[in-house]
Design a protein around this ligand. Sequence first.
Ligand SMILES: Nc1ncnc2c1ncn2[C@@H]1O[C@H](COP(=O)(O)OP(=O)(O)OP(=O)(O)O)[C@@H](O)[C@H]1O
Ligand SMILES: [Mg+2]
Length: 259
Amino acid sequence: MSHAASASPILEARDVSIRFGGVEALKRVSLHVMPGEVLALAGDNGAGKSTLIKILSGVYRADSGELRFEGQPLQLRDPQDARAQGIETIYQDLALADNLDVGSNIFLGREPVQRKLGLLTIDRERMAQVAREVLERLDIVIPPRKLAGPVKMLSGGQRQAIAIGRAIYWNARVLIMDEPTAALGVPEQRKVMSLIGALKAQGVAVILISHNLHDIFAVADRIVVLRRGEVAGERQVAQTHGDEIVHLMVGDTYSNNSR
Ligand SMILES: Nc1ncnc2c1ncn2[C@@H]1O[C@H](COP(=O)(O)OP(=O)(O)OP(=O)(O)O)[C@@H](O)[C@H]1O
Ligand SMILES: [Mg+2]
C-alpha cells in the first residue's frame, strides 16, 4: 500500500461526462490521485483516456460532473488555469514547439523579462541558464551546441525529458503524462520511468496513461481502467496482474465491441 493512502486526494474528478456529437466519450467517470501517488490510466484505443486528462488539464470542459483540487471545487477555463494550480500535462502529441530551443520550450508563454536600456526584453540568458539547470537536475546530457538549436534536432527521449523538465521547473504538483514512452527507445523509456519515480519521491502526484503494462506495473501504485468511456475497474498494482488488467480493458468478449 502506498504511503499516500492516509492523505486526501490532490486532484479528483467526480461523475465527469462529455460527449462529442454522437459519441459519449466519458460517462460519469470518477477518479482521484493522491500526493506522491502514481496512478496509471489504462484502456483500449478510444476508451476515453486522453479526453479525461484533457478535462483534468483544462483543455476540454466536461458536460457534467466536477473537478476538485485539494478537496475544493476546481473550475478550469483553460490550460493556463490548470498550470497555475500546479497541474502540468505532457500530451500524447508532446506539445514542444519544434522550431524553438530548449530554454524557449521550458518557458513557452511564461518567458522571463528584463529591463534593458529602458525596454522590456525576454531574458534569453536566464532561459538558457534554467535549461542547463533543469537538464542537469534530470541527469540528461544534451551537448551545448544542441541546447541552443531547435528541439526538433533532439531525440524522442531528450524531447520527452525536456517536457518533463518543464513540468518540474514550474513546480508541478500533479503531472499528467499521456503515453510518455510510446515513441521512445528502451534506454529513454527507462529514463522516463525513473524520472517518474523521482517525482513520486518528491510528493508529486502522477497520472500516467500507458498501453505498456510493463511500464504500468513498474511504476504505478494503482490502476484505473477505462472501457468505452466508463471506469471498468480499479486495482492496486500490488493486488492485481497483467491478465486481470487486460480483461478489464477488453471486457468479456470482443464480439460486442462496436466502437
Ligand atoms: N475532439 C473530438 N471530437 C470528436 N470525437 C472525439 C474527440 N476527441 C475524442 N473523441 C472520441 O472520443 C473517444 C475517446 O477518445 P480518446 O482520444 O479520449 O481515447 P484514448 O483512450 O485516448 O485512445 P488512444 O489510446 O487511442 O489514445 C473516441 O471515440 C474518440 O473518437
Ligand atoms: Mg489517447
